[in-house]
Design a protein around this ligand. Structure first.
Ligand SMILES: Cc1cc2nc3c(=O)[nH]c(=O)nc-3n(C[C@H](O)[C@H](O)[C@H](O)COP(=O)(O)OP(=O)(O)OC[C@H]3O[C@@H](n4cnc5c(N)ncnc54)[C@H](O)[C@@H]3O)c2cc1C
Length: 397
């Protein structure tokens, strides 16, 4: 059983990083709102699926999922505001990884539908995503196409009443509990790489769609391998233009990639706060842990790295919200730096907790498990490094 601590710290109105120029008053108000709300929630995680469904319902009821879709389809703001999504993810992650996951997947899972679905589909489904009545999933990865996502081989074949989709998708978050999947498949059988891929909206009850296997991971959340066996969807369930599916997947990830960095920042911020409490309360050598110079140095590194992660995260979100131009590089920098730095911060937090740090059920032990997958999904650190490196060479600055 994994119940988040009721003593989780809340954002204070004057929380220093919220005074950074990336934010306006509405962002600070949202931080306070989500922080107060999240610290009042406790959900039993014994059944991961049930816990996830419960989080989606509660987040929907609280109006927080509205930040995952535009106002026109039941959302809070005219457009998805990356700073708001990042603030939500950071503060939910501080409280509970599954709460953060539940909100994030509503956004990523419905992203292709928001960006390119027909008006009829958007009107039917996006308000349900925003109020927690429908659970969304994003199905790109395949057994032989992970980091090399353009190597997908699932097929979409035109038939008289629409498209027939076949193939296997794996590592699909919300797999098994989602109400719909945004699925990427090759609509041009002769194509290779990013070209010839299209995106489709596939309701979970489509005949031929089955869960092959549920995947258990170190920080549990619903995850599955899915089989699409000649699943037929109408022509109008294609998202965007034929052949534009890969671009749509990348556009979706561009919107949400820096929010992975925000979640990492939230895990790391919680780890630092737990460490400060430990440093002040743990008696040692006639004084406290916090009085030891080496512990002070470690905490100094943690605080510096946390601000570095947060600065890059909110720089990327601010850039996407307010500036013209491609966000890919700044989002990749944020994801790379924040997830790697958060891993180090949390590792130091475990170290400074001593034996307690590795004890099952301790907050820092949970954070140590929660952070790990973030360096792998939505583009592993190596992929982000390559991306930033290539763009930097191209820019020649
Ligand atoms: C918890 C979790 C949730 C996920 N949720 C979803 C989801 O909802 N939808 C979805 O479509 N997918 C999802 N994924 C899949 C995820 O995006 C892939 O796991 C990821 O892209 C890596 O692919 P892979 O696991 O096949 O690893 P591989 O592609 O086999 O890569 C293995 C490792 O190789 C290294 N590597 C990669 N590229 C290079 C390179 N060019 N040079 C050197 N080293 C390199 C990296 O360290 C990488 O971790 C999820 C994965 C996890 C773990």
């Amino acid at each position: 059983m994994d119940i988040p601590s009721a003593t989780a710290p809340r954002a204070e109105p004057g929380e220093p990083h919220l005074q950074w120029p990336f934010f306006d008053a509405s962002h600070r108000a949202l931080a306070l709102r989500v922080s107060e709300w999240a610290s009042a929630q406790t959900i039993d995680h014994a059944d991961t699926d049930a816990a996830c469904r419960e989080w989606v319902q509660r987040l929907g009821h609280a109006g927080l999922l509205q930040y995952c879709v535009p106002k026109m389809w039941g959302g809070a703001l005219e457009q998805i505001d990356s700073r708001s999504v990042c603030i939500l993810r950071e503060h939910l992650a501080m409280q509970d990884g599954l709460a953060d996951f539940s909100l994030a997947m509503q956004g990523i899972g419905s992203g292709p539908l928001t960006l390119a679905g027909s008006d009829a589909l958007r009107h039917e489904w996006l308000p349900k995503v925003a109020n927690g009545q429908a659970i969304a999933a994003f199905a790109l990865t395949e057994p032989d196409a992970g980091s090399d996502a353009a190597a997908i081989s699932s097929s979409a074949t035109r038939v008289h009443n629409g498209w027939e989709i076949s193939g296997t998708k794996t590592w699909i978050s919300n797999g098994g509990i989602a109400d719909f999947y945004c699925v990427f498949a090759r609509s041009d059988a002769a194509s290779r790489g990013a070209k010839g891929v299209s995106a489709f909206f596939v309701p979970a009850n489509t005949p031929g769609l089955t869960v092959v296997e549920r995947l258990n991971v170190m920080a549990p959340h619903p995850l599955a391998t899915l089989r699409f066996d000649r699943c037929t969807v109408p022509e109008t369930f294609m998202l965007g233009e034929e052949g534009d599916g890969f671009k749509l997947a990348m556009r979706t990830l561009d919107i949400f990639r820096m929010s992975v960095a925000a979640a990492a920042t939230g895990f790391a911020r919680r780890a630092l706060r737990e460490t400060l409490s430990q440093a002040n309360s743990r008696a040692m050598f006639g004084s406290s842990l916090g009085a030891q110079p080496l512990a002070q140095a470690m905490i100094g590194d943690m605080a510096t790295e946390l601000d570095s992660a947060a600065l890059l995260t909110y720089r990327a979100a601010w850039f996407r919200d307010t500036q013209e131009g491609r966000v890919t590089t700044v989002a990749a920098m944020a994801k790379l730096a924040a997830t790697e730095l958060a891993q180090r911060i949390i590792d130091r937090a475990v170290q400074l907790h001593g034996g307690k740090g590795v004890r099952t059920g301790e907050t820092v032990e949970r954070l140590y498990r929660e952070i790990r997958a973030l360096r792998i999904y939505e583009g592993a650190s190596e992929v982000q490094r390559l991306l930033v490196g290539r763009e930097t060479l191209r820019a020649q600055f």
